[in-house]
Design a protein. Structure first.
Length: 184
């Protein structure tokens, strides 16, 4: 990322402080607290960063399942193909690395898919947390295993809440702090 044209905004989330990065045209990064992030000028009024912050707050509140933000994903052609397939995984669903490899017509490239997944610069919005090991295990996640578990559980709760008639819902909000991972 070219730091000369990069803007950043930090927002609070149930996972801790998220750092958002955008250039003039698109979102370029969403970094969780444990991830190293680029250096950029802080911008409290950048339209893409504000739109991203609003949509992430809606996601954490359990009222948004899809994001509508222009993205600039910088990586190799292989990485960009993996990241595109990640964006096709439905909310509250999971896929294995092997399933992603098959989806990009490289069925023997599970490890390469895992490596590309780990290089995803736009956490949550490009949902690399929805990828599991073939045995269903929580394998690597740049934000850490507790964050991955929290995101998967949050999506499951939010999807269940969305499919339950309002008169049958419990009063606990979708983003209840009861299942938060420990903060570093």
């Amino acid at each position: 990322m070219n730091p000369d044209n990069l803007h950043t905004l930090a927002i609070t989330s149930p996972l801790g402080q998220l750092r958002l990065f955008a250039d003039d045209d698109a979102l370029r990064g969403v970094y969780l607290p444990v991830q190293p992030a680029p250096i950029a000028a802080t911008s409290q009024h950048h339209p893409i960063l504000l739109r991203t912050a609003r949509q992430l707050h809606e996601y954490f509140a359990g009222t948004r399942q899809q994001f509508d933000i222009p993205l600039h994903l910088e990586g190799t052609a292989f990485q960009r193909r993996v990241w595109q397939v990640l964006r096709e995984i439905p909310f509250a669903a999971t896929r294995s690395y092997a399933e992603l490899a098959a989806a990009i017509d490289h069925p023997r490239a599970s490890r390469a898919v895992g490596a590309a997944n780990g290089k995803n610069p736009i956490s949550i919005i490009v949902p690399c947390h929805r990828v599991l090991g073939s045995d269903g295990s929580l394998t690597g996640y740049a934000g850490g295993p507790p964050a991955k578990r929290w995101l998967l559980d949050h999506e499951t709760r939010s999807a269940a809440r969305a499919s339950t008639p309002s008169h049958l819902r419990a009063s606990t909000p979708a983003n209840s702090s009861a299942a938060l991972p420990p903060r570093p």
